[in-house]
Design a protein. Sequence first.
Length: 277
Amino acid sequence: AVNERKGNDWTRETAVAGTFYPKDPEKLDSLVEEYCHHPESKIDTPVIVAPHAGYIYSGKIAGEAYGRVNIPNLVFLLCPNHSGMGKKISVWSQGVWKSPLGDVKVHEEASQHFLEACRETEGDVEAHLYEHANEVHLPFLQHFNPDVQIVPITLGPLLLDRCHEVGRALASVFKTYGVGKALIVASTDMSHYISAEAASIQDKPALAAIEGVDPDGLYRAVVDNDISMCGFIPTTVVLAASREMGFTTGKLLAYGNSGETTRDFRSVVAYAAARIS
C-alpha cells in the first residue's frame, strides 16, 4: 500500500497528488498562485472554512480564503473521515506529511496538548492514510508559508455534545498560541450530487449558521434538512471552538459548485469559503 507504515515511521505519503492536484511542484505552486485572491493587505484570523475537492473544481473557492489571510507557523487542520478507517477522533501526532512542495512537519507540541485536552482521543494514522480532505490544503499553506507546521485531525460521526467538547479542547490549545501564531482550518464541501439550484437553496441555512458562528444551528440545519455537507462535524467543532474563544463574526467569502467547471449544473458538488474573527 502507498502509505504502509513500518514500525514507528510517522511519515505520510501523498494520497491524491496527481489526481486532486498536480504532482509537479512548479505547476502546483503556480496553480495555487493563480487561484488565490490577492488583496492589498492580508489579515490575521483565527479560523477559515475551505473546501477539499480536486483543484479544478474547488481551487478558486479555497483560494478566496487562503489568499486573504496570513498563514502562521501553526495550523490545526480538521476534516471529515470519508473512508471510515481509524479512530473517531484521530490525531496524526508526530512526524511529517509529504507534499510535492516539500515535507510538512507535524507540530508535535500542539498535537500533544490537544491529545491531553480532548478525552478519548488518540494518536492515530489509519484514519489519515487515504483521506484527501486535509492533504489538499497543504499546498495552499506551503505556498504562503514554507515553514508551516500542522496538527491534522480527522473526525468521524459525533453527537453535538461531543462536538462542543472537542471544540472546547481545541480552543484551550489554540489560546496558548493565539491569533497570528496559529490558524484553524475546517475542511468541508457543501451539498453533493444535486442540481446547482437545489444546492444553493439547501446550503443556505448551513451557510447562515457559519456566518452566525452558530455550531448548534449548523448541526441541526444539516441533520434536519439532510444536507450532504461532508465536513459538517469538523465545521461544527470549529464553530464551537470559535464561540469558546469569543470569535462571533463569520463572513462568507465565496460559494460555488463543480458545474462551473463541468458545465453540467444538473448534478454538482457545492463549495464555500468563509472566515471567522
